[in-house]
Design a protein around this ligand. Sequence first.
Ligand SMILES: [Zn+2]
Length: 267
Amino acid sequence: MAAEKREVKGLVIREAQTGEADEILTLLTAEYGKITVSGKGVRSLRSKHAASAQLFAYSSFLLHKPKQHYYIADSLFIENFMGIRYDVEKLALATYLCDVAAEFALEDIANPSLMQMTLNALYAIASREDIPLARVKAAFEFRVICEEGFAPELYGCGMCGCAMTETAYLDVMNGRVLCRSCQEQYVNSAAYAMDEATAKIHVRLTPAVLCAMRYIHSAPMKRLLSFQLEKSDADILSVACERYLVNHLEHSFSSLEYYHALQENRL
Ligand SMILES: [Zn+2]
């Protein structure tokens, strides 16, 4: 049987050192989702693939699969989002977003929107000093979970259907938003008290935050980060988007804990 070949543009979203100069790389691609690649010798400075095989590098790859594993037959380096490497907070956020991408990407299943979102987020982290990191994080977290089919209903109260022009509550585990009076009625109901199976996570949203979530849900991918919020609203958005993602995945990430630890130390 002839060796399988793939010519593909890929982003290194994970690297695991397996020997002195060897690594197992996880590539994110539009056409094939996630690809695991054996990077024999790529850590050596003499390797012609050293630049393409670094974490966050985006390159054209020619991959060969003679037996079980793909390996790099050729590579052409395109971009490495250099700005990420000089700032520990940027590095931590980029690592976390790549962990989220690795979680959703499946082997051999095309996912062009995940690829575009991840590249755009890394570009913004590396090069767009005008965009706060918290906005990149929140928009990525919420859009990725929406793209995966877990979007909450954002356009009417999940109980009475009203338009929610004042304070509303994101009912995380039920994937809906409730108006203030329905939320009050719901948390005081017997059904709520007796339900021990569903995690009861409600995040209070201002009208501006709800509006931003609707924007993130449906904006064209290229315009995903083009919204503005006051600091207090941006803080609520951060909490809402992170809880929504993490609770639907049912686990956190060590890279996320590390990002938060860095932020706490900075205060
Ligand atoms: Zn209602």
